[in-house]
Ligand binder design. Sequence first.
Ligand SMILES: [Zn+2]
Ligand SMILES: [Zn+2]
Length: 416
Amino acid sequence: MLVDLNELKGECSCGKKHEISVKGIFIEDGAIQKLPLLLSDFKRPAVICDENTYAAAGKTACHLLGGCFSVVFPPENLHADEKAVEKAEKMLPEDTDVLVAAGSGTIHDITRYLAAQKGISFVSVPTAASVDGFVSTVAAMTWHGFKKTLPAVAPEYVLADSGIFSNAPMRLTAAGVCDLLGKYTAIADWKISAAVTGEYICEKVCSMEETALSEVSKCAAGLAAGDKTAYEKLMYALILSGLAMQMVGNSRPASGAEHHLSHLWEMAVINPPLNAYHGEKVSVGLFACLEFYGKINHAIKDRALLIKPYAGLDREFIRKCFGEGSLYDDIIKENTPDSLEKISPDILTEKLGEIEKILDGLPKISELQNIIKDVNAVFLPEHIGLCENIMEKSIKAAPYVRNRLTLMKLSKLMEF
Ligand SMILES: [Zn+2]
Ligand SMILES: [Zn+2]
């Protein structure tokens, strides 16, 4: 399956000219075999992987590229952080002129950040359909303990070999399904923000993601059965979500309150450090978010929701959650100027009907549970090592992790 990038690029009714920097995306059995041809202009390629993904794809990639250099990380405690970047920088030969990311999300974030630093390009060889970040232009890094989205480069090519990624551990594939399902609340947040503040939104991107979501919702049983076509559909949807970010120029189409919850837990300020995949944390965030948004929807329907004026940043609560140190300063910086300051309570009241309609479009919790049970995905806080009553505090704290407006953030002006 070759992704038709021309259909996504160019002038759009949203007023934007959508840019996509990826040159080609191949999602098929044997896609990795294209490496030598695509990289024939480069002299010193290097493969970035971990021990597991070296066995799955890195070894083949090195072999196909004439026994090129490889950075093979130990997979234990591997994170996209300053330590991994430093380690790879030290190991890579000076004259490396192109990188190959053979791995899942973490390896891709490390590689795309390194490629940007070195001013070279990279090729993506995903070893699992585990995240939507393969084609992202930004890297989700943890920099000195703080989750940051740092400028990076998108891959020049994606060689998604279903012969490789359909053999990934089911837990990784389940994480990918959940990262994708998180787009339901991400898109709802985007639509709500656009309705309330007039924020830019692209209908084409929204409907493209909604189509991909419904496609994948139908293929969970195929994934469980190891059907390569189902895996290709999931990978296609994940890549499309990454392309949506490129088209818009930020992660708005792919990340809303469900991701903010995940980022909060990754910071381990109100919980112990978690040993869970990105998609697993997003899954728990998504289900918590759906439940919370369901309550807001009910309150709107029952006319039991009051809009109150914004009381400003709750610095005392932020201090309690994030401590006194540099994290506190980072959170305050992230929230300056505060995206809630410009919200007029009158306009928000006026838009409640529209918000209700958007929330009505969200899937039911039971529907999503049905989809994810086929792939055995986690969805409860205790599944990922969180205590079961962490949600109230999380919902209060998570909106501070990003300045992006979500319904969860807007709920600070709501009483119900
Ligand atoms: Zn558009
Ligand atoms: Zn994600």
